[in-house]
Design a protein around this ligand. Sequence first.
Ligand code: G3P
Length: 223
Amino acid sequence: MKFFVDTADTKEIRELAATGLLDGVTTNPSLVAKAGRDFFEVLEEICDIVEGPVSAEVTATDHETMLKEGKALAKLAGNIAVKVPLTVDGLKTCKALSSEGTMVNVTLCFSAGQAILAAKAGATFISPFVGRLDDVGADGLQLISEIVEIYNQYPNFTTEVLVASVRGPLHVIESAKMGAHVATLPPAVLRGLFNHPLTDKGLAAFLKDWEGTGQSILDRLKS
Ligand code: G3P
């Protein structure tokens, strides 16, 4: 499973990229507003930090303007994935951009039917929003399971399932069990995956016992 980070905060992206475990970045207009910086400047910086796909979302709602915006975004760097909403105009734009070889992330997906349309439109990624479905009393993970099952029936569907609106580790683990290709995680959720109290406790005990031996592995380099 690939891990993207869902933020436009370049400090966070830099720190997480340094782990070597970051495969890409997703942004949306709300995250860019939160960063409080120039959109194009932030995107260029992010594309320099990570080699993998960086999603940048169009803000127009009609096909013609979306296409112009998408082309402007795609020109920024070779790893831009243009993000379009799951609307008729968004999918028309997806079809046009993907036919030209531009990566497209179709966002705001809330049903399996929408995910089928996105695959037919040549989307590189489909972004079902699990957390927002859970928020309204629906089952976000059930949607992931349905989309993975459907896409697996059709080898000509190359669209990757990108689990979005992730709220915690269970969303990640359960969608990995289902075979989702990517999860985009808020920085805090990605950092949280590293942690377990028994790891901390076990490490403290190992280090204490090792200290008692008076030995040093690095001393070996001196001999
Ligand atoms: O970027 C799309 C998605 O991940 C947004 O998540 O937390 O605003 O529902 P959230």
